[in-house]
Design a protein around this ligand. Structure first.
Ligand SMILES: *Cc1c(COP(=O)(O)O)cnc(C)c1O
Length: 396
C-alpha cells in the first residue's frame, strides 16, 4: 500500500498512484466486488462507525477499488480529495446540488453539455435555486449576472461542441471576490491538458466515460476538490443519495488511466493534423480547433491549456444535407455521440446531442445545420486523413 505523498510526474502517478495491494501481492489492481465488510468484533464495528478506526463500512460510501481510482485521480489533478460517481452526470449533479439550497443563485456559461444545461436550467429552479446562463467567453457577462445570493459558478471549457474557451482564471477571481465557488467540467480538456484547480477553480468534475476510460466500455465520473469542501458539502450528500461508482467500473477506469497520457497525446497529434487538413478544404466553411492560431480565443488557449484537443468542430458548406452526406460517406470514422474514444467518432449536434435546444439557443452557441463534431481516435493518422478526403469527394 502506497499512501505516501510522492513527487511523481503524471505518467508515473497514472500507473502507480493510489494502489492498495492486498496480501496476495497482485501486480494489477484487485477488483473488490463487495457491498459490505465484516468486523472482528462488535466493538470493532462500533469503533469503525464512530470513525475511531479506519476501514470500509459499506460500498455506497467507499470501496477499495473505487478508493484506488479516487486516489489516482487526486494524484493526477493535484486535488486533496475526490469522490467517484456512476456517471459524469452524477458527478455534475452532486457537485452542484450539494453546494446550494433554495434561495441561492447559480451563474453558468450557456455553452454546456446538454444534460448539464438541463440540470442548471430546468432541475435546479424546481427546488428554488435560480440560475442565469451567460455567454461565458466575456468576463463582463459573468460580472453582470452576479446577484447578492450568487453562490456558485459553473462552466465547461473547451465547450461541447463548438470548442469555445472560457478564461478560468478570470471567472475564478470573480468567484473569489464574492465568496462563491467555481465548478469546472474539464471533460473536453482532459486532466492532462488543463488544470482548473491550479487556475483557481474550486471544484473539478469529469465524465470518466470519455477519455479516462477512452475505450468505450463503461460510464463513470469523479468530483475533485479540497478536503474541507468535500467534508462540509459533498460527504453527507454522497453517502445518503448514493451516486457511487461500481467497483468493476472503477477497475476499468484505473486501467484506462494507465494509458491516458499515451492516448491523449496520440489523439491530439492526429487531431491537429486533421484540423489543418480540414481548414484547407473548399467544402468546409469553418474549423474550430483549440490548437490553431485562428481559434477565436487562441490567447486564452495558450494561457490555460497545454495542448490542442482530441476534438475538432467543423462546419460543412451546404447545411444538414451536406453534413449527413459527409458522415455517411466515412468508412473508418463512425457515427456516434460518444467522444474521447479509441475509435474516431463523428456526430451532428443539431439533430442528436443538442436537438432539445431551440433553433435560437443553438444559433447562440454557433451550432448550425452543417456543424459536425469529430472526436479523433487512435487509428493511424494517414488512414484517417485518407478516409476524410475520400468522404469529402464522395459526398460532393
Ligand atoms: C459526457 C459528458 C458529460 C456527462 O457524462 P456521462 O458520463 O455521460 O454521464 C458531462 N459533461 C461533458 C462535457 C460531457 O462530455
Amino acid at each position: 500500500m502506497s499512501t505516501k505523498k510522492r513527487n511523481w510526474k503524471p505518467q508515473t502517478a497514472l500507473v502507480h498512484g493510489g494502489t492498495l495491494r492486498s496480501g496476495f501481492g497482485e501486480t494489477s489492481e484487485a477488483i473488490y466486488l463487495t457491498q459490505g465488510y465484516v468486523y472482528e468484533t462488535a466493538q470493532a464495528a462500533e469503533a469503525r462507525f464512530k470513525g475511531e478506526e479506519p476501514g470500509f463500512i459499506y460500498s455506497r460510501y467507499a470501496n477499495p477499488t473505487v478508493d484506488m481510482f479516487e486516489k489516482r485521480m487526486c494524484a493526477l489533478e493535484g486535488a486533496e480529495d475526490a469522490r467517484a460517481t456512476a456517471s459524469g452526470m452524477a458527478a455534475v449533479t452532486a457537485a452542484l446540488l450539494c453546494s446550494v439550497k433554495a434561495g441561492d443563485h447559480i451563474v453558468a456559461a450557456r455553452a454546456l453539455f446538454g444534460s448539464c444545461r438541463w440540470v442548471v436550467e430546468t432541475l435546479a429552479p424546481r427546488y428554488g435555486i435560480e440560475a442565469t446562463l451567460v455567454d461565458g467567453t466575456d468576463i463582463a457577462n459573468w460580472e453582470k449576472a452576479v446577484r447578492p445570493n450568487t453562490k456558485l459558478f459553473f462552466l465547461e471549457s473547451p465547450t461541447n461542441p463548438t470548442l469555445e474557451v472560457v478564461d478560468i482564471t478570470a471567472v475564478a477571481a470573480l468567484a473569489n471576490s464574492i465568496g462563491a465557488r467555481l465548478v469546472v467540467d474539464n471533460v473536453f480538456a482532459t486532466p492532462l491538458q488543463q488544470k482548473p484547480l491550479q487556475l483557481g477553480a474550486h471544484i473539478v468534475v469529469y465524465s470518466a466515460t470519455k477519455h479516462i476510460d477512452g475505450q468505450g466500455r463503461c460510464l463513470g465520473g469523479v468530483i475533485l476538490s479540497d478536503k474541507e469542501w468535500i467534508d462540509k458539502n459533498l460527504h453527507d450528500y454522497f453517502r445518503h443519495t448514493g451516486p457511487s461508482l461500481s467497483p468493476f467500473n472503477a477497475w476499468t477506469l484505473l486501467k484506462g488511466l494507465e494509458t491516458l497520457p499515451l492516448r491523449v497525446r496520440q489523439q491530439t497529434e492526429s487531431a491537429g493534423k486533421i484540423a489543418d487538413f480540414l481548414a484547407e478544404q473548399p467544402r468546409i466553411a469553418r474549423v474550430i480547433y483549440p490548437g490553431r492560431t485562428d481559434h477565436p480565443q487562441a490567447d486564452i488557449v495558450r494561457k490555460q491549456m497545454s495542448g490542442g484537443s482530441t476534438l475538432i468542430c467543423l462546419d460543412v458548406k451546404g447545411g444538414k444535407q451536406a453534413a449527413f452526406a459527409l458522415q455517411n460517406a466515412l468508412d473508418i470514422v463512425l457515427i456516434s455521440n460518444n467522444l474521447g474514444d479509441a475509435k474516431s467518432l463523428i456526430t451532428h449536434p443539431a439533430t442528436t446531442t443538442h436537438k432539445n435546444l431551440t433553433d435560437e439557443a443553438r444559433a447562440e452557441l454557433g451550432i448550425g445545420p452543417g456543424t459536425l463534431r469529430l472526436s479523433v481516435g487512435l487509428e493511424d493518422t494517414d488512414d484517417l486523413l485518407e478516409d476524410i478526403a475520400q468522404a469529402l469527394q464522395a459526398a460532393k
